[in-house]
Write a protein that binds this ligand. Structure first.
Ligand SMILES: Cc1cc2nc3c(=O)[nH]c(=O)nc-3n(C[C@H](O)[C@H](O)[C@H](O)COP(=O)(O)OP(=O)(O)OC[C@H]3O[C@@H](n4cnc5c(N)ncnc54)[C@H](O)[C@@H]3O)c2cc1C
Length: 505
């Protein structure tokens, strides 16, 4: 590509060079669109063209470069760093500069993380801990962590129900330790309040024993198997044949965790580009060219932490995800304040074998209040937080996926139950009454929803474990559902180790 071709590119500015009176080749697209306040730069989209200096005094009042500087000053006034500069020496072209120099066409980093949720942030955190790797995060929304990472139950999972030896079991154990330490070190609200896992009928007792054994095998500390009476001492309103007390579990403010991570990453010079939806990836000889709604970027390695869209990013990279992300909406209700005394801490049913979802349960929120839910129904959009949000592309993709029909044929009871709980509040309540019989329909207020990114294979099986894959210069977190918020810091380390191997190769 030459400078004579008019094309939108991304420029990074730095005012380190002095005056240069030569002809120039740059003209900003006006008004300056796509201006991003990065952690260390002001970034603007410009149009490369053949304008000459005499055609347009760019630094004059009203000129496009003047606009860049003016914008930079505005940013600085908000306490952010802004160092505008243009470079275009890469193509050996003339550069006009006062006080601007250097236009770097596209910005190259060692690593670009796609997705600014808790997993993407934790990965950047691990990569930049005591290393000089340059990292950029591309996030399609205008702010970080707008999806799963801030639409969840806020539970710190200790790893009770995961298959021993699985990545979930290992990373939940490591993750809860790291997350608790992180929250303590950075004053993020959290509380280790303990959870009661309840067998509601005699038929469930063998599964309760199995769960207890799993917990022991996974290394959980302080687990106790409780009789019905002992369970009521912990949760006076619970109905249980028997229960397991998991004292290590708790709750945390994951939104605050993301905010703290964002601040730390800013201090470490990680670039954050919001409003940058990745829509194409192309492999160059030694790097990736990443096309986004906010411009074109280059990177040595790309890390896919795109949550509900992770399978699509794998496909964009020309690789096969081997599964499809199916969005399962989980709806919450909140206990009316005068009924909060019915639940002290966390109360869950026994998870159903073969399903990664816990079944509706009670969760104390870190900011106050008790939530009931979430159920699990197919969302009509990958980010469909209510029944009326429909995305025909997403829905068409789900309905033409044979795996989904096989799943529905295999588990009609589960599908009907979850749909019933979604459309009929009485059914939702009757599932809750198995745990706390005193709860009534009048006690609940609708309290929003989250959408889980759950990978499913073509046989209609939900992938139970975390799934990663790697290609040439790519690391994909394909399946990172619950407990990925708890485990995010440990997952970040896991991904970072893979990235370092790729960079060293
Ligand atoms: C209802 C519910 C309850 C849960 N409860 C718990 C719990 O109690 N405890 C727990 O540990 N875990 C829980 N989880 C799971 C946990 O929240 C998620 O596993 C975790 O947040 C995943 O983080 P993430 O960063 O991978 O995904 P996300 O937070 O979804 O982030 C992905 C990001 O990628 C961005 N993105 C997507 N596509 C693109 C693109 N093309 N270009 C640029 N950016 C893109 C998105 O905008 C998004 O910001 C729950 C999840 C849900 C939905």
């Amino acid at each position: 590509m030459g400078l004579s071709e008019a094309s939108e590119l991304t420029a990074v500015a730095d005012c380190s060079r002095g005056h240069d009176d030569r002809a120039y080749d740059l003209r900003a697209v006006g008004p300056l669109n796509c201006v991003h306040v990065l952690n260390s730069y002001v970034e603007v989209k410009i149009d490369v063209c053949t304008a000459r200096r005499e055609d347009h005094h760019q630094h004059d009042e009203g000129g496009p470069l003047h606009d860049v500087l003016r914008f930079a000053r505005k940013i600085e006034a908000k306490g952010k760093r802004a160092s505008p500069h243009f470079t275009c020496n890469r193509y050996g072209s003339d550069v006009y500069s006062h006080p601007l120099t250097h236009l770097r066409i596209g910005t190259m980093t060692d690593v670009t993380i796609i997705g600014g949720g808790i997993v993407g942030l934790a990965t950047a955190y691990a990569l930049t801990d005591q290393s000089t790797i340059s990292v950029r995060i591309l996030e399609k929304e205008t702010a970080l962590a707008q999806h799963q990472s801030t639409h969840n139950s806020g539970v710190l999972h200790a790893g009770l129900q995961y298959r021993p030896g699985s990545a979930k079991a290992r990373l939940a154990r490591e993750g809860i330790r790291r997350m608790t330490e992180f929250c303590t070190a950075h004053d993020v609200k959290h509380e280790i309040c303990g959870k009661l896992v309840v067998a509601s009928s005699k038929a469930e007792l063998p599964r309760l024993d199995e769960m207890f054994d799993r917990g022991i095998a996974n290394g959980l500390k302080g687990l106790r198997r409780l009789s019905a009476e002992a369970a009521r001492e912990v949760e006076p309103h619970v109905h249980a044949q028997a229960a397991i007390l998991v004292p290590e579990e708790g709750i945390a403010d994951y939104r605050a965790v993301c905010q703290v991570l964002d601040e730390i990453l800013g201090e470490r010079g990680v670039e954050l580009v919001t409003g940058a939806e990745v829509n194409a990836l192309s492999r160059q000889s030694r790097s990736w060219r990443i096309t986004t709604t906010a411009g074109v970027f280059e990177s040595g390695v790309i890390v896919n932490c795109a949550g509900l869209h992770s399978d699509r990013i794998v496909t964009m990279a020309g690789e096969d995800p081997g599964c499809r992300i199916v969005p399962f909406r989980g709806e919450y209700h909140r206990l009316r304040p005068d009924r909060e005394h019915l639940v002290r801490h966390l109360v869950s049913p026994l998870p159903e074998p073969g399903f990664p979802f816990l079944g509706v349960h009670f969760t104390r929120r870190i900011g106050g209040g008790i939530d009931a839910g979430p159920n699990a129904v197919l969302a009509f959009a990958r980010e469909g937080y209510d029944r009326t949000t429909i995305n025909l592309f997403d829905l068409g993709g789900a309905l033409t996926f044979p795996g989904l029909w096989r799943f529905a044929a295999k588990y009609p009871h589960m599908v009907a139950r979850e749909l019933g709980q979604s459309f009929d509040r009485r059914r939702f309540v009757s599932a809750l009454q198995r745990l706390i019989p005193e709860v009534t329909t009048d006690d609940l207020i609708p309290a929003g929803a989250g959408v889980r990114a759950q990978a499913m294979n073509a046989h209609g099986e939900l992938l139970q474990d975390f799934v990663w894959s790697e290609g040439r210069g790519t690391v994909h977190a394909i399946n990172a559902p619950s407990p990925a918020a708890t485990a995010s810091l440990a997952i970040g380390e896991e991904i970072a180790a893979r990235v370092r191997r790729q960079l060293a190769a």
